[in-house]
Design a protein around this ligand. Structure first.
Ligand code: 5AD
Ligand code: FES
Length: 360
């Protein structure tokens, strides 16, 4: 057994081990992926679970320096789906046996928004007879709001920390109270307190981000004991301030490769959690999400937002499937999954085993 294979076969991992895994060269890389695949096969199986993604609105009160739908981007045409649209999406997911939906939106914290989401959640629960699992990704809210949405029927919540490094966080967000690292940490705790399965994640390949930062991100996820992780490559958007750092970025292919290694290493580190194959991967490589699944991810979030709105939910350049409607996506995912020997867990919630286990 060589030094690298000894590391991936350990039971516990320190920061240096993680750095070694993320720095794997061509030969070690296949060992990393093989180990991660073994763990996925034995603990998760070859099933991939779906979260039909509804991009509810691109109206956002925040101004993250990397994000295309930031408040200050005046070139974005703002939209909000009607109740009817959201219900149609939920019905679509139900009819196509998706098992779960995910509602994502730009951040809003006003009362009108909060009650609207609560009402929609209740309606979706009712129309599906409780059959559809619901994940939310609606940003930082108060504990009270998280509780209200949990009680209305959602049961998983995704809020990316974006980076666990305070200094880097400050470099990619405006310096004000709305973009405060400590508040984000507090929000993560509140999500859990409200009863949700907790999901977070980071962007990979951010300007000035180091391998050491990424190893710390993995340790952060482990220490927080999260149930699910969604992480993907940072992709620059030309209408954002962070585009100024373009010259210090690593190449897109490198960001892609690093994302795959992050996924595989995370699977080895946190064996039974849910890991999303992020859509941003597909913006770099048409087979990006499939590869992510081969390397340890087990959740796919096909976009079921009505086609005419998708072009406006552009967090980054070249976002895939923006011109299609849900049906196009639906026909292709089955074929795409069987191509890589995976199978879709239709009609199942596909909850994080990590969470379910902690409850028994
Ligand atoms: N590149 C990649 N991911 C991005 N996100 C926002 N902007 C970008 C970008 N330019 C991600 C953030 C956010 C999620 C909804 O989308 O991680 O949490
Ligand atoms: Fe909307 Fe970051 S720009 S949450």
């Amino acid at each position: 057994m060589n030094a690298f294979s000894k590391i991936v076969n350990q039971d516990t991992f320190n920061k240096q081990d993680l750095i070694t895994m993320l720095n794997a060269d061509e030969e070690d890389r296949s060992m990393l992926f093989k180990k991660s695949r073994e763990i996925t096969d034995s603990l998760i199986g070859n099933k991939v679970h779906l979260r039909g993604l509804i991009e509810y609105s691109n109206v956002c009160i925040k101004d993250c320096l990397y994000c295309g739908i930031r408040k200050s981007n005046k070139n974005t045409q703002r939209y909000k789906l009607s109740d009817e649209d959201v219900i149609q999406c939920a019905l679509y997911a139900l009819e196509h046996n998706y098992g779960s939906i995910a509602i994502q939106s730009g951040e809003r914290t006003d009362k009108l928004f909060i009650t609207k989401i609560t009402r929609l959640l209740k309606e979706i629960k009712k129309l599906s007879n409780g059959k559809l699992g619901i994940t939310l990704s609606l940003g930082e809210q108060t504990l009270e709001t998280y509780k209200e949405w949990f009680n209305a029927g959602a049961h998983r919540y995704l809020l990316r920390i974006e980076t666990s490094n305070r200094e880097l966080y400050a470099k990619i967000h405006p310096n004000n109270d709305l973009h405060n690292f400590d508040k984000r940490l507090e929000a993560l705790q509140n999500i859990r307190k409200a009863g949700f399965q907790l999901g977070t994640g980071v962007m990979i390949g951010l300007p000035h981000q180091t391998i050491e930062n990424l190893a710390d991100d993995l340790l952060f996820l482990k220490a927080l004991d999260v149930d699910m992780v969604g992480m993907g490559p940072y992709i620059e958007h030309f209408e954002t301030p962070l585009i100024e750092t373009q010259n210090v970025l690593i190449a897109l292919q490198e960001r892609l490769d690093l994302t795959f290694k992050m996924i595989a290493t995370l699977r080895i580190l946190m064996k039974d959690i849910n890991i999303v194959a992020a859509t941003a991967l597909q913006a770099i490589d048409k087979m990006g999400r499939e590869k992510a699944i081969r390397y340890g991810a087990n959740i796919l979030m096909p976009n079921i937002t009505p086609g005419n709105f998708r072009n406006n939910y552009k967090l980054y350049q070249d976002k895939p499937c923006t011109d299609e409607n849900a049906t196009d996506c639906n026909t292709c995912i089955d074929a795409r999954m069987s191509m890589i020997g995976s199978q879709i867990g239709y009609n199942e919630w596909g909850d994080s085993r990590h969470f379910t286990k902690s409850k028994v």
